[in-house]
Design a protein around this ligand. Structure first.
Ligand code: GUN
Length: 281
């Protein structure tokens, strides 16, 4: 069994992004810029946003972080997003999710132009991925593809099972694996006899949000297991995979923490650089 180190893969990519940022600045006279908007005081969301801002600094991007109190009128936030959309000096706009109750997520996200949608959440970017003409792809599943590539294992022809069908992770994950010529099955909370699918899979990506959901007897010998879960249990981070049971059966497996987690923000940075290049070239 080999551990896939998201930390190491992520560090390599960030180093490359920092070098590309220097070239970008030489060519365009400024560095890429990301604007992040957060509403309310959810501590986990603030931690994520702080890490996104730190990531920008690490690779040399400019970042703007706008924090709104829960209760700020939606139109005030909408007006700000519109101003960022029109600002030529801003390449990426990200609204941290989930928004507090009462805000219309679909409406606020619709104000982000496709060209600045560094989360890859827009209907156009989602549709382009499903047509295998990807523009900007959702960060977490994109990070998983880099981790799979780091194993050196050929993906074409492999049986892949994705557990979870969210618009942000499960569905784009399935599309990316399909585009890489895997045979893909999407399982979810209502799937009957889920283990019958996972037991046959060469690759299992778990993004169901239940601590230690995937057990040892649910995977086949030699499988690659990718754990997208970040669950807080008694103050500790626990994945969706029962690591102690599953790891001995795997050829490769991601740990939590230090697996998929570090990749998500790295992919956001990569998406921001791509958006900046596309806008200015
Ligand atoms: N909340 C949790 N993950 C994400 C993400 O990837 N993007 C945004 N915008 N919000 C999130």
């Amino acid at each position: 069994m080999q551990l896939i180190s998201g930390k190491a893969v992520s560090a390599d990519i960030r180093q490359d992004l920092a070098a590309q940022t220097i070239e970008f600045e030489k060519k365009f006279g400024r560095v890429p810029a990301l604007a992040v908007i957060i509403v309310g005081d959810d501590p986990a969301s603030h931690t994520y946003v702080n890490n996104k801002i730190k990531g920008c600094a690490q690779v040399g991007f400019r970042s703007i972080c706008q924090k709104y109190e829960n209760g700020t009128p939606q139109e005030e936030i909408a007006a700000y997003i519109r101003s960022l959309a029109e600002d030529d000096g801003v390449d990426g706009i990200l609204v941290q999710l989930p928004l507090p109750k009462g805000y219309d997520e679909k409406y606020l996200l619709s104000l982000i132009p496709d060209s600045k949608d560094v989360d890859g959440f827009s209907p156009t970017n989602t549709g382009l991925l499903s047509m295998n003409r990807p523009n900007t792809v959702s960060c977490t599943p994109l990070g998983v593809m880099h981790l799979l590539a780091s194993t050196g294992v050929q993906l074409a022809g492999k049986d892949a099972v994705v557990i979870g069908r969210s618009n942000t992770v499960g569905k784009p994950m399935a599309m990316l694996l399909l585009n890489a010529n895997c045979t893909v099955t999407v399982c979810h909370s209502k799937t009957a006899d889920l283990a019958s699918y996972t037991k046959k899979a060469d690759i299992v990506v778990v993004a169901i949000g239940r601590p230690k959901f995937l057990k040892g007897d649910m995977v086949k010998e030699g499988a690659i297991v990718i754990d997208v879960g970040i669950n807080r249990v008694d103050g500790k981070l626990v994945g969706d995979v029962d690591f102690d049971e599953v790891a001995p059966k795997c050829s490769f497996i991601t740990p939590v923490p230090g697996g998929v987690g570090p990749m998500t923000i790295t992919m956001l940075l990569a998406n921001t650089l791509s958006a900046a290049k596309n806008r200015l070239s």
